[in-house]
Design a protein around this ligand. Sequence first.
Ligand code: FA5
Ligand code: MG
Length: 363
Amino acid sequence: MTDHIVEKIGYNLHKRPDHPLGIIKSVIEEYFDATYGKDTFTSFDDMYPIVSTYANFDSVLVPPDHVSRSANDTYYVDESNVLRCHTSAHQLEMLKEGARKFLVTGDVYRRDSIDATHFPVFHQMEGVRVFESSEWEEKGVDAVDLARDELKATLEGLATHLFGEVEMRWVDAYFPFTEPSMELEIFFKGEWLEVLGCGVMEMKILEEAGLGDKRAWAFGLGLERLAMVLFDVPDIRLFWSDDRRFTKQFKAGMFRAGGVDMAKFKPYSKYPPCLKDVSFWLPEEAEKFTENNLCEVVRDAAGALVEEVKLIDEFENKKTGRTSNCFRIVYRSMERSLTDEEINEIQEKVRENMVAQLGVELR
Ligand code: FA5
Ligand code: MG
């Protein structure tokens, strides 16, 4: 695991009242108070991000062979501990401790692709709400229908509270811990942006918590994604910036319901990007090379200076059977101009480590 990831532990952007992530968190907590009654939902925001593989995966029924368990997707601290890749890692322990309606906000970590809406450290809020059997019996409805319908209504209400008029759509999804499962997408800057996943909790989890006669819904939403739409922040890396031109634009209490009359982020002029292409032959065992691993090599060398890593060309040499890839790496600082010298140095390190760690042959 690399320094630029480990050093993010303890930043707690979501606990800063004047940070866009802290603002979004409070607004959502207020929405739950207003919708369900004050303090019906209990909020937690200081659970430590290093958790056991049991909590991160097994407790939410992630199968033993699921890709998310691989070291290509998750940061392992050691064999049995990881940097949590979702706040769902806390569902079961909270239920066991007696929580029945709760929100858990925290930093989560994933080895992922690099672009304007993906960062290896981001923040999620988990919500769980348990139903007593009397709730569906009194209404004479099916328990799963009740949970699903309330879940969707609550989250649509949240999206409307946050954004007012916004185009949204539900997409069927799969999670090992919910059935049915869905994701909510919001139309932002000409594209559908996924902002949350949710569903009706699998009974096996409730049974494990000694709640086999109840039902529950759960959701996990990405705070950066919501904040990007709400404040019109164009790049996810800005949330980590100490630049006053960014930080001074946000203040606790600035939110107005429906995002109406609220100051949007005013982008200051961006510093110019620096583009570097790298072409190479995949290793003999082609599956040894993954885009996530390449992204990690680049992040290792460039930290927050990398804006995007994308495949721009791929072809197979029919004679040798080998595959060539060309990736474009976009470097840019949010805070200053980059010099040719420093970028060349970083790029050289990237190239060396691609050979040493990923087994590729540079062209
Ligand atoms: C999950 O993490 C599930 N634990 C969510 C869940 C909870 C489902 C409870 C059902 C019940 P997913 O991997 O889709 O799901 O991530 C949830 C949200 O986190 C996404 O919708 C997105 O808003 C955000 N997200 C995911 N990856 C990134 C990333 N690399 N950068 C920023 N935000 C991200
Ligand atoms: Mg998803």
